[in-house]
Write a protein of this length. Structure first.
Length: 221
């Protein structure tokens, strides 16, 4: 049956102690501001230094970097997706939005924590842009900073709607990092791919607004 299929737990998922993780985040979430500040300083400093230098090629490290994040995101998307599907089918939409079980439920509890932690190393994306002297758009680093701050902050309070946000983000990143990995490896990919990724990011933002609206209106009841 669907329920058995969706919630087959792996040992590492079962062993994961979410209480410790949440406690750690409650004590340490403010460190995300430090990471964000160091990140911003690095971008400004790095771009300044690179002005006088030849760009770095870094093709192989970039392939490896993107591939690692792609594999992580694909697994994350499959696991959180199966959990969200299970909640949707057994408890319905309202429960899937308002329920906090995503943070401490079977399967998803590990991936929720892995998600918020991954936002710190993901800042490394920008390292490649700076060192390879590629165009750095405001949206890129603004997105990295805000997602880091918001996800660390919301995890410690187990904010409603988190399951939707994390699952969508895993999905988008699974596609995005796979695309980056292929491109870095020298595959010529059609512009349609890039368009599709931009579209998924916009869809994610719209869905995010919808989920936030639902959380707000249902919490009022």
């Amino acid at each position: 049956s669907m329920s058995v299929l969706a919630l087959q737990e792996y040992e590492f998922e079962r062993q994961f102690n979410e209480d410790e993780a949440i406690r750690w985040m409650q004590e340490n979430w403010k460190k995300s501001f430090l990471f964000a500040a160091l990140y911003a300083a690095f971008i400004l400093g790095g771009r300044h230094v690179m002005k006088q230098r030849e760009k770095f090629e870094l093709r192989k490290p970039l392939v490896l970097w993107s591939l690692t994040l792609a594999v992580f995101s694909i697994f994350g998307a499959i696991r959180t997706g199966s959990y969200m599907t299970y909640i949707l089918m057994t408890k319905g939409l309202k429960q899937s939005v308002c329920d906090q079980s995503f943070y401490n439920g079977p399967v998803s509890k590990f991936w929720a924590y892995a998600f918020v932690l991954s936002k710190a190393p993901e800042l490394g994306d920008t390292l490649f842009i700076v060192l390879r002297k590629q165009k750095l758009i405001f949206l890129h680093w603004y997105h990295h900073i805000t997602v880091l701050l918001y996800s660390w902050y919301s995890y410690k309070d187990m904010v409603a709607g988190g399951g939707w946000f994390m699952t969508m983000n895993y999905l988008v990143h699974a596609v995005m990092y796979s695309y980056y990995a292929l491109r870095a490896a020298g595959f010529k990919l059609s512009r349609k791919f890039a368009m599709f990724i931009t579209l998924t990011q916009i869809t994610q933002m719209i869905m995010g607004c919808v989920v936030n609206y639902l959380v707000y209106s249902w919490m009022q009841q």
